[in-house]
Design a protein around this ligand. Structure first.
Ligand SMILES: [Zn+2]
Length: 188
């Protein structure tokens, strides 16, 4: 409705704001295009005004255009990918990082995901084993997955029978991943 009080023009106080969607030329990294431009025009004084929702819509259109130029997944593509993986937005943030509202922002084009996040999402979608590793890290809440621990243990057994020159390197790995497994470097 355009004749209620909320659409009364705050500039002339007589006309009413009529929302409209036009096109606005944009340019990013040498590429030009047109995106939707949301605004309202007073039917009396003809002044053009933007409310918060229109400003947000225009910003999203620009972010979407930048994502396209940068070769990043669109907001809709991020949503489809997340749903394909069976994750809520909150769970997706736990698995991939970015903060609790990250996926809401990616999917509504409020912000562009980083190139690193974009690659991680594509990797998880294409390689089930990669996605499994990421979800496992969330499940047990630790830095190292159980799969990694098996590798570390196997490696230590193998190396302990060889020369002692590799032991310092072994200790570095241990201190960076282990809190509660102090005995493994002695495994034989
Ligand atoms: Zn007016």
């Amino acid at each position: 409705m355009t004749n209620d009080l909320s659409s009364l023009c705050p500039i002339c106080g007589e006309g009413h704001l009529q929302p409209r969607i036009g096109r606005s030329p944009v340019e990013y990294k040498g590429q030009t295009s047109e995106v939707e431009f949301h605004s309202s025009v007073c039917d009396a004084c003809e002044s053009e005004q933007l409310d918060a929702a229109q400003l947000r819509a225009n910003k999203r259109a620009m972010v979407a255009f930048k994502k396209q130029v940068d070769g990043l997944l669109s907001g809709a593509e991020v949503r489809a990918l997340r749903e394909k993986l069976g994750l809520s937005q909150a769970d997706a943030a736990k698995v991939f990082g970015g903060g609790p509202v990250a996926f809401s922002k990616y999917e509504s084009d409020d912000v562009a995901q980083s190139e690193a996040m974009d690659k991680l999402l594509r990797l998880a979608a294409e390689i089930p084993a990669a996605f499994e590793v990421l979800t496992h890290r969330v499940d047990d809440g630790s830095v190292a997955t159980s799969m990694e621990w098996e590798e570390v243990r196997g490696w230590s057994v193998e190396i302990s029978s060889e020369s002692s020159t590799k032991r310092p390197q072994l200790r570095v790995v241990s201190s960076s991943t282990s809190v509660g497994e102090p005995h493994w470097s002695n495994a034989a």
